[in-house]
Design a protein around this ligand. Sequence first.
Ligand SMILES: Cc1ncc(COP(=O)(O)O)c(C=O)c1O
Length: 1023
Amino acid sequence: MLQHWSRAIAHIWGLEGSLTQLDGEYDLNFSVATPTEQFVLKVMRPGCEQAFVDMQCLSLEHLHQQSLSAQVPVPQVITTLEGQNFTVYHDPRGKPRIVWLVSKFEGLNYAHFQPKSGVLIHQLGSYMGHMSAQLESFNHAYLKRDFKWNLMQSGWIEAELGCIENLERKEIITSIVEQFKALETDLNNLPQQCIHNDVNDYNILVQGSLNQAPHISGIIDLGDMCLAPRVCDLAIAGAYIVLDQAQPEQALAQLVAGVHSSAPLTAMEVALVWPLLRMRLAVSVVNSTLMALDNPDDPYITISQGPAWAFLQNHRMSGGLIEARLRFACGLPLNTAAKPTLAWLSEHSGAFFPLLGADIDLNQAPMVDLSVEGRSIPQDPFSIQPHEAQQLINPNLQLALGYYLEPRLVYTGKAFKNGSWPSSNRRTVHLGLDIFAPAGTALHAPLAATVEAIDNRQANLDYGGVVILRHRSPRGDEFYSLYGHLNPSSVTQLKVGQELSAGEVTQLKVGQELSAGDVFAHLGEPSHNGGWDPHVHVQLALSIEGMGYDWPGAVDPDDMNLWQSVCPNPSLLLNLDHDVTQYSPPSKDHAQQVRQDHFGQNLKLSYAEPVMFLRGWRHYLFDEWGRPYLDAYNNVPHVGHAHPRVAQVAAEQLVRINTNSRYLHPSRSAFAEQVLSHMPSELSVCYFVNSGSEANELALRLARAHTGAKQIITPQHGYFGNTTGTVDISAYKFASPKARAGGLSQPDWVHLVDVADDYRGQYRRDDKAAGELYAQQVAQHIATLKTNGEQLAGFIAETFPSVGGQIVPPPDYLQHVYKHVRSAGGLCIADEVQTGLGRLGDFYFGFEQQQVVPDVVVLGKPIGNGHPIGVVVTRPAIAASFAHGPEFFSTFGGSNLSCVVGTEVLRIVEDEQLMNNAQDMGKLLFAGLRKLQREHACIGDVRGFGLFVGVDLISDPDSRKPATQIADYVKNRMCEERILMGSEGPDDNVLKIRPPLTIGAEDVNHLLHMLDKVMHEVKVLTA
Ligand SMILES: Cc1ncc(COP(=O)(O)O)c(C=O)c1O
């Protein structure tokens, strides 16, 4: 058959090309590749009407005639040698078939493309806007046909609902149909035009790569064109865009905004998008249910309905809120009343009746900072404690105000979380204004109102008593105000013996009219206001469409702008200054600018889009808007960010004494005893310094003092610190591409051996002698030194090289190395900064895994959990040699503060069994990563121990070529998904995972889930 159609192509178009058959529902489609170009040959079904093909060809021609700036990527019709758009050719069975040829686009179906970013969806919308504007002037007789996929004719499904057996599903579809019928008049009043009518996820092509942002490369198949209001086109595309999206409403908003950017939508059209989208999904599922009944043996028909049913059943989003979101995305006001209402409120602000009564001027009240940055309440951002909720303000303050739009970590209830992972997004941004005042304080209606709703929400950390008032502007526009944390009995019933003040309203009832100044409620005690410091949360809403009486008091920062348009700053109603009461967080831009202007430019920022963190807790970090991140990268907060025990011992020590090691103090001996309790007994002398760099400097001095020699052997790509001496031994620095420009080179007393990398190095895992062979390089250097009459001071290495690519050397490597070094009189120095203190799960130190006892051990980073501490531990004889020299003193090393912190960190590792946790979580992580390795060819190696993990990415399994670009992509995408990891290795292709040791199973699963998702994207982008 292919030969037949090859001949046809040569005959009709004069083209020589190879053919491959493509999918097609009714017609035959072939991809045609000539040496220079690609086409699609369309062989129409027997009996196909010429007008049907003519319509498509002319519409494509019409679209190609538009100005370049508004050009939509649709296929170009290739005319025959005779200048026709299409012709008739007989198929192998002798049947006449209409054939036509169009240009072919590069790209993948949107259905299979990943990631489906907001930018990509917006671009699709923008093309669709152009397309609908251009098709408005296109007409063809064939467009006027009866067609089940024309949304204007979709009422046919009503008569077919009997085919849906599942009652829940049937109810959903029935309600969609009812809603559609209610809109038919509006729809019929809209102008009709030619529309594409089937921008589904298989008719959209996308192109992108690791270094090229994905873009829409083609919109194809105009075979479903018909006449309908242009919004139908948008709704149909929307019906595919929302499926399979974690945040479908955001995706839809991007599409609508894209359309609006090139073909502005009316408010009426925006209102129709959601109901029409649902109607399209209803048509799809009813159609495929009918097809499934006709084809009971084809399971694919039922399976293909799955995503649409799942969406209809699981995403019960409020149409009113979606409409608000779509209007906002288009820059349209919330509703027609919003603007005039705000203007009226602004004009009269200052003259409304004071909420707390005429005697209290809220403008005199101080603002209290409850922000992510400003307060450490709650200490645990996942669980606010009752005493914390009741200590939000200084108890000496009688009156204080809490900011509008302030990001807060106090909302720790489940209801504030938007996902199922511990670090899923949460609603942090306060959408009201708080007034802190004593319980019992009376609230006066700021202006005339009708009581809209009264409730007592008794759950902990909810509102307790809450009242919603409805107001009406002189223009007749309605708006609403909400007051939460009230004494429920003050609004729901009259208490026996309660004294009433003038104008006081008792037994507030829904529908009751209030005049400005009427007392309508009182502030509640913590026992009945949800458990909070007495205050009232005041919120304004320009509409309650879609949210009813369940207003979100705090919103997701990513949705803050939308919600601001629904619930503006209530300062207007409270006669307060908008600028004073609206929170603005520390500016990320400013922080970046100052850094750029005044910091050394070789101080690197992590990630393509730098992040600013203001709070940490365990293995989580929070940015300036309170967005949570899972920290799978930072090893310094070994026992978790902001550990309360560390904070407490540090604070207590600072108020007692913090001086230096020239005085006796029990904290110093306690720290030494703690450190030594984990060391082999031969290592019994400690030195305390301030950093890993300083500790390695000291280690070098010990080696020189003890051996009287200077020569050092160390592996390639090692990192030991930022000081002159440690940079001298850090090949990662002095052998880096920028070393020369930095005035660095390899000193003549430093000798490099290969990193004992048994995955990519010259001796591999299948070689039982790999450890010995790598160690042989040390022996060779020693031999050369001997020949040159030089003497060895020692060998220094990170036990598991970290910047070298999270390498675990062969198990006997250090045994062989140490044997060689010692026989040459040198010292063996183990840098355990990255590997020590239980991170490896199975071992407290890396050298235990290698079954060696070093002469000098260097500890740093994690031992202070963020406080700068370095420790050197050595043998007494070495210390004795060093003691012959001048006094050793480090001003801050071994300060009382450092000692209590270091001791506490080590105790916490024990008390919280963090080494066990590293072992358990490591197992889970490795099992998951190995599973991903089986599924994703670019994962070449997964290595490490416990929570010291490297994932080596490759672009070719045979050569193991390092996939640097993939690692960069993955690291940055994971950060966008709010999970931190890094990349390392000489080629920067090894994903580095080394979280605080507190990480839990759900977090590990979260990481694996997201990594899988991002790896799928990689598969698509590198295909
Ligand atoms: C293995 C190793 N040693 C030493 C250091 C230097 O420690 P510091 O930055 O505390 O001086 C580092 C820092 O990254 C390190 O990773």
